[in-house]
Structures are given as C-alpha cells and as structure tokens.
Design a protein around this ligand. Structure first.
Ligand SMILES: Nc1ncnc2c1ncn2[C@@H]1O[C@H](COP(=O)(O)OP(=O)(O)OP(=O)(O)O)[C@@H](O)[C@H]1O
Length: 317
C-alpha cells in the first residue's frame, strides 16, 4: 500500500501538491486523474524519492522510498517513455538496470518476453516508436517483480492491441494482491482499466473512490423521440412529478435524466404518447471526471476558491 500523509510540495510560490493525504490500496488498479498541472507527476515523483516533499511524506508499506532496502523489488516505476539512452539496445539498457539492482540476467529476457519486445531487443532504443518505448519502460518497471507498480501515462502511443495488453497486465498484477497506480488522460481507457480513482485538481485531492462510484455520480441520459407533439407537455409534467428532469431538444425529442428507461416508457404509455424511439446512454468515467474537475483546469479557466474534497459514495442515478 502507498500512503500519502499531508504530502506537500512547493516550487517557490507554486504549490504543486497541497497537503495530499490518501492511500493507494493493494489489490486494485488505481487511476490517478486530473487536468494538466494537477500535481499527478509531482505525487509520483515524491513517491519515488525523485523529489523531496516540502512537508509531510509518502510511504510504501510503511517505508519511505529512500529507506527501501531493495527499491526495484519493492516498486517498479515507469515515468518517461524516452528515458533510455538512444544508442543502447533495449536489452543492454535492461541488463544495466538488472546488474545495478543485483537481479539475474535471466530476468531481463523474461521481462522482454512479457512486454513483447523479443524481436527488437537488440536494436538501439533510439529508433523505437513511442509505443515500443512504453513497452521498454514497463519492462524496466517489471524487472524486480515488484509489489507496487507506478506508471505515468503508459498508454500513450500504444496501439489498440497494446492498450488491451497493458490493461490485462495491470489487472492481473492487482489480482495478485499487488498495488498499481497509473495516471492517464485517456478517460475511455481508464474507465475499462482502473477500479479505483484518485482525482486531483491544482494540487488538491478532489475524490478518492471506486470507478463505479464516480460514474454513478453522473445520471444516465434517456432520449425519447415521439411524433406526438401535442402530448409532450403532459408527458414532461408526468416525468417531472416523479423527480425526473426533461429537456426538449429537437421538436419531438426529450432528453431525460433522473429516471429509469422502463419508468419513462411506462409513463409515455400511460399518457398515450406514441414513442418512436427510446434509448439510454450510460454515464461514463469521463463525464464523472469532468463534472468533478470542471473548475480545475489551470490552463483554461480562471482560478477558483479552494474547494472541498467531494465525497462520492454509492450515489444512485
Ligand atoms: N520543477 C518544477 N518547478 C516549478 N514548478 C513545477 C515543477 N514541477 C512541477 N511544477 C508545477 O507544479 C504543478 C504540478 O505539476 P505536475 O507536473 O505534477 O502536474 P501533472 O498533473 O503531472 O500535469 P500533466 O498532466 O500536465 O503531466 C504545475 O503547475 C507545474 O507547473
């Protein structure tokens, strides 16, 4: 388990991380989400001892990174797909890391196979595509067979097959009881990959909950189309009486939230409104995330007053 306790990082007047207290649980794939500049990389850098906190700190199973006896065996990290020397081969790069950590050379060939780089392992990493660089970085993170895996934007540059591969890798890693922390801006991918989320904005914690809870904080939208324009007013009244909200889109089209598709269909039937189509669009992680961070875009909107952590807990739709 990773535990942030009041972790704060200031760069001069800039507070990159503002008293972050949160735990990243083992046995889960946890997504670290937030707009540009939210403090995600800073949080990861503090965790890996690459930066010192101004206040507070981070521990891995109770121990700060700097005091881990065998760091590569405790934590595998991949922060930058271009971190390998361009003239070294992928295999030589991994062998250097393995030697430094006292790991057997055989482990290098194992991780090369796990990430699918066998055919290019002896080629210079400088010629690698972004996706191949990601695979190499992940291979380095896996070298020590660590209990904790920390990956910054690992899906960038991966093709569809690569994204599926990394999803199943992270999920099987967590299923073994290990801890996985992964950041990404690719919300559709994260929706399918992570089962918990930590959302940050401007250095502060905005949410720490399950993916399901964050998605459930947004209502499904049901769209109803009818040729029966005269019956619409009565139907809208009936929907609103049951606590739903109905917006008129195009003529004869209602966009309804706050009720089940079955109940909406029944109400239309009861009111004698002919329905040509009725379809429900499930809420997504992206919608839940955007609702949470709408005032947190450092590079798009003016600053807002400090907000509170949003507690999301099994909200119904
Ligand atoms: N070395 C540094 N010196 C000064 N400011 C920094 C430094 N590192 C980060 N910051 C600032 O701290 C804030 C948080 O940056 P950080 O890189 O952690 O955000 P992030 O959530 O990882 O963003 P992104 O999604 O763009 O990678 C930003 O405003 C950034 O400009």
């Amino acid at each position: 388990m990773i535990a942030y306790e009041n972790a704060t990082k200031r760069y001069g007047a800039k507070t990159a991380l503002d008293a972050l207290t949160v735990q990243v649980r083992s046995g889960h794939v946890t997504g670290l989400l937030g707009p540009n500049g939210a403090g995600k990389s800073t949080a990861m850098r503090l965790l890996l001892g690459l930066d010192r906190p101004t206040q507070g700190g981070v521990t891995i199973d109770g121990v700060p990174y700097a005091r881990l006896k065998q760091p590569l065996r405790a934590v595998g990290a991949h922060l930058d797909a271009r971190s390998c020397h361009p003239r070294r081969s992928a295999r030589a790069h991994l062998l250097g890391l393995a030697r430094h950590a006292g790991l057997p050379a055989g482990r290098v060939d194992e991780v090369i196979e796990v990430v699918g780089l066998e055919s290019v392992a002896r080629r210079r990493a400088g010629g690698f595509s972004l996706g191949m660089g990601q695979r190499l970085g992940i291979a380095a993170a896996l070298l020590g067979d660590p209990a904790v895996l920390v990956l910054d934007e690992p899906m960038n540059g991966l093709d569809t097959d690569g994204v599926r591969w990394i999803r199943s890798l992270l999920q099987s890693f967590a299923a073994e009881g290990r801890t996985v922390l992964v950041s990404s801006h690719l919300m559709a991918e994260m929706h399918q990959t992570v089962d918990r989320v930590i959302v940050m904005g401007k250095g502060r914690l905005l949410a720490d909950c399950t993916t399901r809870e964050l998605v459930a904080s947004v209502a499904d939208v049901t769209v109803l189309r009818t040729p029966d324009l005269a019956g619409l007013d009565g139907l809208v009244e009936a929907l609103e009486r049951e606590g739903m909200s109905a917006e008129r889109e195009a003529p004869g089209t209602l966009s309804i939230t706050g009720g089940s598709i079955e109940r909406i269909g029944d109400l239309a039937f009861e009111r004698g409104v002919r329905v040509h189509s009725l379809s429900s669009t499930p809420a997504t992680l992206e919608e839940g995330y955007l609702r949470l961070v709408e005032d947190e875009f450092e590079f798009r909107r003016a600053a807002t007053p400090a907000g509170e952590t949003v507690a999301i807990g099994g909200a119904g739709r």
